[in-house]
Design a protein around this ligand. Structure first.
Ligand code: 13P
Ligand code: SF4
Length: 305
């Protein structure tokens, strides 16, 4: 029987032997982060997917992240660590619905949160992540923006780019949407000296009350660089644990104990081990047509960032 340390050592040895690069989203568990070659937010993972030298790429995260990696590195074998790990938000809109909505706003740039399927990306002008959205939307020539699917992230950008006209659909992250302004009132009362750091996937009423809003990596950097000794964290609660691990001298409190992404929890260290052995995970296969069309809006994001 293996323990965590044995498994980690086996993974570190095997990934070199089998030429595998492990990319892990920041919401993955600590034992997985420790064996990853790169840990990051969605934007960082996209940048890395283009440049890693290994022939095989194991994405520990959710499906749209593995698809993005495949689109950017079509010659690599890209494996999604757990085939069941999807992002519910990525599937909130069908391609037919998007075509109908687009027809209503012919002058609008279609801006897609990267949390979308590859199929949806084929109908979009540019992708964004929470870390890159503001710059990209500001620099688009269009005055009208159709922002899909996350209306909360979209509203956060809208507030900072008042010169443009935004159109939204009723989409968003079901996990971050569980956080309420009442949670903020309670957390602030319990921890009056702690700055509140939230992800912009939170409801706009929650983000409006925060001291800082940003991507998962942004939140982690803010906490690392701040002189404050305690923080309230409004995103998937894995970030509370990672921050506590990295900064044992500071204190981190979850804004809501309900902010847990079950899809991000699906991948285990054993999955990672079995994926490298070729006994688990799913190889991402996309048609050339989808891949080439979807790549345009991801390339546009990377160029404009
Ligand atoms: P970022 O890591 O880009 O902030 O996104 C968070 C998220 O919910 C990913 O699905
Ligand atoms: Fe999707 Fe929300 Fe989970 Fe991120 S946290 S993967 S947006 S459901």
């Amino acid at each position: 029987m293996y323990n965590t340390k044995d498994l980690q050592e086996a993974i570190i040895h095997l990934k070199k032997e089998k030429d595998v690069c492990i990319l892990a989203h920041a919401y993955q568990s600590q034992d997985i982060l420790e064996v990853a070659d790169f840990i990051g937010d969605s934007f960082g993972l996209s940048q890395q997917a283009q440049t890693v030298p290994q022939k095989n790429l194991l994405m520990c995260g959710v499906r749209f992240m593995a698809e993005t990696a495949k689109i950017l590195s079509p010659d690599k074998k890209v494996i999604l660590s757990n085939p069941a790990a999807g992002c519910p938000m990525a599937e909130q809109l069908t391609i037919e619905e998007l075509k109908e909505i687009k027809a209503q706003y012919p002058d609008a740039a279609v801006v897609a949160y990267i949390n979308t399927t590859s199929e949806l990306k084929t109908e979009c002008d540019v992708c964004v992540t929470s870390a890159s959205a503001l710059n990209i939307v500001k620099n688009l020539p269009n005055e009208e923006i159709l922002f899909i699917p996350d209306c909360n992230l979209g509203s956060w950008i809208e507030k900072q780019v008042p010169e443009k006209k935004f159109h939204f659909i009723k989409g968003g992250c079901p996990v971050h949407m569980r956080i309420t302004p009442d949670d903020v009132i309670k957390a602030r009362a319990a921890h009056p000296n702690a700055p509140l750091l939230v992800h912009p996937e939170c409801k706009k009423e929650v983000t409006a009350l925060a001291d800082y809003a940003g991507s998962t990596t942004g939140i982690m950097k803010y906490a690392a660089n701040s002189d404050a000794k305690e923080f309230i964290i409004g995103t998937d609660n894995s970030i509370v644990q990672h921050l506590q691990f990295e900064h044992p001298d500071k204190k981190f409190y979850a804004l809501s104990k309900d902010c847990v992404c079950h899809d991000m929890r699906l991948t285990t260290l054993v999955d990672v081990y079995n994926c490298i052995l070729g006994n688990a995970g799913e190889e991402i296969v996309l048609s050339d047509e989808t891949r080439i069309k979807a790549k345009k809006c991801i390339d546009a994001m990377l160029e404009m960032s």
